[in-house]
Design a protein around this ligand. Sequence first.
Ligand code: LLP
Length: 421
Amino acid sequence: MYTFDSPNVTGFHRIDGTLACDGVPLPEIAAAVGTPLYVYSAATIASRYQAVDAAFAAHPHAIHYALKANSTLAIARLLRSLGSNADANSGGEIEVALRAGFTPPQIVFTGVGKTIAELEQAIALGVSTINAESDGELDRIDAIGRARGTRVRVALRVNPDIDARSHQHISTGLKTTKFGIALDEVRSIARKAAAHHGLELVGLHSHVGSQITDLTPLTRAAEALVTLSRELRDDGITIEHLDLGGGLGISYDGTPAPTASDYAAALLPAAKHSGLAIILEPGRSIVGPAAVLVSSVVDVKERPGGMLFVILDAGMTELMRPMLYNAFHRIEPVVASSAPEIVADVVGPLCETSDTLGRDRRFARPRVGDLFAVLDAGAYGAVMASNYNRRTMPPEVMVEGGRHTVIRRRQTIDDLVALEA
Ligand code: LLP
């Protein structure tokens, strides 16, 4: 179903023992671009987007890809070309969405701490909906709307007090978190919002967390929104849509994860019951499996007790997830070898013990210069990179139709110091 030349095998697979992306061997790309680098499979992004879109075909829906997962322009453009809309979480993401060719009516603006400047920017542009986080924010949006003589389309972000049962750093649906409007306040706040002349209340929104693999919390959140939408209707407030957020998890360890059809099965019954159109904001499930971080071995260190460290030229500056969320990513040698197996910690070059990409990993003993791939690094990978230790951010390469293109060049030290006096 892809719109460009599809290779026979999409994604990451081995050709004669060597890891390749859509038919292009990773060592070829690493030799041309250097390491560390991110390599993306355009075909994987396309097929994963299309799978979600197809799974929800039976119900009026719009996919607003969550740019926060990965907003490199070429990736945002690819998703736009496939028919996606955008979910932006900051003024910066709105700018990037525009530069990627999304029009303001294709953008929803979410975010727990939108500044007045960001709200003014979004309202002046005419984004499709602002997902409002609080009573106070609604007042600020109303004031801007009235000053401009317009009604700003808003949805209320509901905090349904539902545990996403994901890592606590990325679970957002409990009332002990900073997100959204408490369930029992929504009705009164909605009534107030409906009376504001600068607002048009068009929807309800929730996002209870990310990397959700048991989809029950997503179903419960959708049901909570449906119930609320009926209560609002009883109050004389008719809305257009339910924005069910993102959150669909992926498999990081190779065991089965919920599919796009499972996702639809979890949400569509509630959606149908509501009679309202739905918005989805998937991020990770679209781009997560679509990239690897390719890195070179810079040292293999053996402690007298036998403990082994494989030190890579990528670490927490390139991929923060293992350190921040204790997240597991598979790490594989790019080229299969028949050297004896070892068990080692795979670490980065930064001056922190937390700079560990994986513990107790088993693979053939590598040599300095060998390539490793950290899998499923497409979401919250490159976007969370940093310059700690004055490291320059890695390049990103997209493989499409059997060819690789640098979609973001490697940052240079000149780029870095250019900002400084
Ligand atoms: N919508 C809203 C309002 C969100 O806050 C998020 C993610 C999404 C949609 C997209 O969720 P997804 O489909 O990607 O799960 N850095 C963390 C993940 C943070 C997620 C933040 N919000 C990680 O690396 O796991």
